[in-house]
Design a protein around this ligand. Structure first.
Ligand SMILES: NC(=O)c1ccc[n+]([C@@H]2O[C@H](COP(=O)([O-])OP(=O)(O)OC[C@H]3O[C@@H](n4cnc5c(N)ncnc54)[C@H](OP(=O)(O)O)[C@@H]3O)[C@@H](O)[C@H]2O)c1
Length: 337
């Protein structure tokens, strides 16, 4: 089979199409024919060597994908041949607290990812893809969508009538927008682009603030809530934007620390957390239990992920360059086959 492998050292130039043997599934594994994959910012960082953890190479990249089960190991009971399944990000986090995750078991690094014609999945590290989604749509769920669901629903207990602040219009933030609307919450979006803010409003956002034109956007967001503040924040900007998020928060608001797209530098004054009694937590994607709950919601409500653009999987270098450039709105997918 063909696979794309990050060879020798991290750099997009070292992504090579290679021939690899198709492996036999062991007792609890299944072989899937990969139908689509999707990019996350993490994949860009792993390829460029800027991810916070360096993995040993060679590595088949990409945590996220969907495929058809074509062979099952002798003891597989959760799936059968012909099922369409998504990979999970954490191979061993079935449910409960993150202590159950065994952090060495992430797909797309250090475990081989799905950028190949075939892949082996442990049956405990897969979920049935929602029936209402196309292959590319289903491929976008394992990392970005589960992160947004875990933050707002599993941990956040989001309620109708609350206000959610989502930063930027990338994969995680647009899923958060969609899940917040599904829950009856109001959404305020920040973006570097007025055109993207309009597109976010078309998806159901109540208001938008351009974080480049208004560097003190925290006050602007707070003003949009009639002086109450936001109840949930999807914080992907990093320490600098965290200061603004604090200003935007309601008392007992929840800040989900997810990414650091604006850099890692900056100071946080704990007294600002104290005065607003804000709750701050890190979000490490989510468990299979969260993934399955999210898939039920997606199917019941016919929610469709926002796909900005798709590439053929062998054009992954161009796809990575496109995501890095930052003009996308939502997810970038890769079609296999
Ligand atoms: N903790 C976790 O489990 C987890 C899971 C998934 C992702 N992440 C992290 O979360 C972040 C977002 O991931 P993603 O996959 O959604 O990325 P993405 O699809 O590449 O989205 C990036 C978008 O964020 C916005 N952005 C860029 N710089 C920003 C800044 N300084 N402040 C606010 N927004 C900014 C831009 O939107 P506009 O063009 O609209 O300005 C950009 O298009 C990344 O840092 C990623 O590593 C963490």
């Amino acid at each position: 089979m063909k696979a794309i492998v990050l060879q020798d050292s991290a750099s997009p130039d070292n992504l090579r199409l290679v021939e690899r043997p198709i492996l036999k599934p062991r007792r609890q594994e299944m072989l899937i024919r990969v139908k689509a994959t999707a990019l996350n910012y993490r994949d860009v960082e792993i390829t460029n060597g800027t991810y916070h953890t360096a993995f040993s190479l060679p590595l088949v990249p990409l945590s996220d994908g969907v495929g058809e089960v074509v062979e099952v190991g002798a003891d597989v009971t959760r799936f059968k041949i012909g099922d369409r399944v998504c990979s999970t990000f954490w191979q061993r986090w079935v449910g409960g607290s993150f202590r159950m995750a065994e952090t060495g078991y992430q797909r797309g690094g250090p475990y081989d990812g799905l950028l190949a014609e075939y892949a082996l999945l442990d049956e405990q590290a897969a979920v049935l893809a929602p029936k209402n989604l196309t292959d590319v749509e289903a491929a976008t769920l394992p990392c970005a969508a589960v992160t947004a669901w875990h933050a707002l629903v599993t941990e956040g207990g989001i309620k109708a009538g609350e206000t959610v602040l989502v930063q930027g219009t990338g994969g995680v933030s647009l899923f958060a927008l969609q899940f917040a609307r599904l829950s009856g919450a109001r959404v305020i979006v920040t973006s570097s682009s007025d055109e993207k803010l309009e597109r976010a409003k078309a998806l159901g956002a109540f208001a938008g603030v351009n974080y480049q034109r208004i560097p003190e956007w925290g006050d602007a967001v707070f003003d949009l809530t009639d002086g109450r503040g936001v109840d949930h924040v999807i914080e992907v900007g990093g320490p600098q934007s965290f200061q603004q998020s604090l200003k935007a928060c309601a008392r007992r608001g929840q800040i989900n620390v997810i990414g650091y797209l604006g850099g890692r530098e900056g100071g946080i004054n704990p007294l600002d957390i104290f005065t607003r009694q804000v709750q701050v937590r890190g979000i490490p994607v989510g468990s299979r239990e969260s993934f399955e709950a999210m898939c039920r919601a997606i199917e019941v409500n016919d929610l469709r992920p926002v796909i900005d653009r798709t590439f053929h999987w062998t054009d992954v270098v161009a796809a990575i360059g496109y995501l890095e450039e930052g003009s996308h709105f939502g997810k970038v997918g890769l079609v296999h086959g």
